[in-house]
Design a protein around this ligand. Sequence first.
Ligand SMILES: [Zn+2]
Length: 244
Amino acid sequence: MGPVHAGLVKLQSVENRLRAAKAKLTRCRRSVILQENQVRTQQNAFEAKKEEIQLTKVQLNRLELELRSREDQVARLRAALNSSKTNKEYAAILTQLNTTRADNSKIETQVLDLMKDIEADEAQARDLQQQIDEQKKQLDTTRVDAEQSAVKLQADIDEIQAEWDQAAKDIPAEPLEIFKRVAETYDGEAVVEIEQQGGDRGAFSCGGCFMGITNEVVNLLMTRDEILRCPNCTRIVVYHPKEA
Ligand SMILES: [Zn+2]
């Protein structure tokens, strides 16, 4: 393998480590964002629950007010019943009194149901608040851990980047440009080795896309230190004959 091919192989191995280190840093930051989102979701659920409780309370107040005025009405009807002059009048007031009482009892049931709803919702709201408090504590810990890890990971990245810059110096400008372009397309995998299936006389294939590579390309790679690319996937191919 000539110096350009060997340099590209070396650069590829540094590129792999650089990408892995950067991915680690991204994952580290993402863990904080994920937890922040979880806390936000819980907070929204808590706010919605509080609003629901508020609406139920408004409804409850309205019914209680109605019930109070109907109870006044019952008292008035009772007084009227006692002072009724005729049987006919008595019977009419009694009917009205019984109807009002039956309606009041329905409203009382509604009031009790609403009170139960509020109690259950308030218990749920307390649970949510507790979960939020715990998650916030966890988030604080995660943030501190992530910040510490990020500093270390960034130092790793800087170190590998320096190695990358050094390795890139050994490669002429044009092949380096091709390397960078292909690396962007294939998530860092710019240089692949040509593989040979089934021993010495087997067929050659691209180590990236596994499509066949002609003997002509392999011969060129063995005799010239030039950039050749897979005709199918356009990755830079190199050939490293296996030692007999
Ligand atoms: Zn290929």
